[in-house]
Design a protein around this ligand. Structure first.
Ligand SMILES: *Cc1c(COP(=O)(O)O)cnc(C)c1O
Length: 398
């Protein structure tokens, strides 16, 4: 008998769980896009988005998903024939680099593998080796959503500074803005991209490019920039339509307003702390399961794990089997093992991911862990006992 009926829980790393408050804010008649409340509300979103990114620099908004923000960041700063240095720590930064290559940009890659984080000293060496400063930008992800690694962006910045190289530091925070600590200005990030549908708890369809003056100087000569992606009119619109180069994403804006209100009511520091604590509860459970069986967190060092997503290896075909069991019997959908394929596991069936970004609290995490424990038993996958106790003990020790 299935016990899946009831409120479904989408526990994948984006789109994340949407708060009812966000959904209710969107449930309204079409607003006027020429004057009035929507226009005022949009102006007011700008300083609040900057608060979440911890920056006093600029933000351009797009009617696009994260891939759109990637293209916007590249096209405003690069020219055909320029070079970017891609720091691969999983699927996502490679994807950003592939996009740059299709735009006519040369791509140099350092690959840190599917379990590694960025080694800043290798980046420093690569930049020192580029004596003529051919590299225009370094592309990185703060969190790679496929491996769940969290890169040390301040260390990357220090390495770039030590090399004396002028390349821009571009960081993809699509997975983790509003989940993992991020300080755009204090960390010296030149360009940061993010989307609406993960930590910002709003449906997919809006994305954001934050950039500083140094990045805007490159915009001057960037020949990849096209009318639609140009960030200049968007940060300094002559008319309301220029914020989005056309019709505004009216209902998304109401949803985003509600989501930002929720973040500020809780306090961004508290939001970060909640994500950290919930992550530690999840890891505690997985570590106990792993003591007697195949379950393994993909990133072994807790200091290098994201607080937004956790990638797990349980061996093929157990990953897919457990995901299917959770959907069919418990009403929980876990993430697939994206980009974690190996020759002996061509479909990534050994992996799954837990999204714990945005609108997630303790009872959701404890429920998820309880159903996972049940799934392991139902499928007779060997595992250590006491995972839930480990998680609840950690939670109680506040
Ligand atoms: C989700 C994600 C993307 C892609 O975003 P889309 O909205 O699916 O285009 C890119 N980078 C990272 C790190 C992500 O988590």
């Amino acid at each position: 008998m299935s016990l899946a009926n009831g409120r479904h829980y989408l526990a994948i790393p984006g789109p994340s769980v949407m708060p009812d408050r966000v959904l209710n804010a969107m449930h309204r008649a079409a607003p006027n896009i020429y004057a009035g409340e929507l226009v005022e509300m949009t102006h007011a979103l700008i300083p609040d988005l900057k608060k979440v990114a911890r920056t006093d620099q600029q933000v351009a908004m797009y009617v696009a998903n994260g891939h759109g923000a990637w293209e916007a960041a590249l096209s405003n700063t690069l020219s055909r024939g320029d070079t970017v240095l891609v720091l691969g720590t999983g699927r996502f930064c490679h994807g950003w680099g592939e996009m740059a290559a299709k735009m006519g940009v040369q791509v140099q890659t350092i690959d840190f593998g599917k379990q590694g984080d960025i080694d800043a000293s290798q980046v420093e060496d690569a930049l020192r080796a580029d004596g003529d400063h051919k590299i225009s930008a370094v592309l990185s992800v703060q969190v790679d959503t496929s491996t769940s690694v969290r890169n040390d962006i301040p260390a990357l910045r220090r390495a770039m500074d030590q090399s004396g190289h002028p390349a821009l530091l571009m960081v993809d925070c699509i997975a983790c803005l509003g989940c993992d600590v991020f300080e755009m200005d204090a960390w010296g990030v030149d360009v940061m991209v993010t989307g609406s549908q993960k930590g910002l708890m709003t449906p997919p369809g809006m994305s954001f490019v934050f950039f500083n003056e140094k990045a805007d100087t490159l915009r001057e000569k960037a020949d990849c920039v096209t009318h639609y992606w140009d960030w200049r009119p968007r940060i300094n619109p002559n008319g309301y339509y220029q914020y989005f180069d056309g019709t505004a994403p009216t209902h998304h804006l109401y949803g985003l307003r509600a989501a930002l209100d929720m973040i500020f009511e809780e306090g961004l520091d508290n939001v970060w702390a909640r994500h950290e604590k919930l992550s530690r509860m999840i890891w505690a459970a997985f570590e106990v399961w792993g003591t007697e069986g195949p379950m393994q967190l993909n990133i072994s060092d807790p200091a290098k794990r994201s607080h937004a997503v956790t990638s797990v290896n349980i061996g093929a075909p157990n990953g897919t089997a457990l995901r299917n069991w959770m959907i069919n019997n418990a009403g929980v959908t876990l993430g697939i093992g994206l980009g974690m394929n190996t020759p002996d596991d061509p479909n990534g069936d050994g992996f799954f991911r837990v999204g714990h970004m945005g609108h997630v609290n303790a009872h959701m995490v404890m429920g998820l862990l309880g159903t996972l424990d049940t799934g392991l038993k139902a499928l007779k996958i060997p595992h250590g006992e006491g995972a839930l106790t480990a998680a609840s003990t950690l939670m109680a020790r506040s």
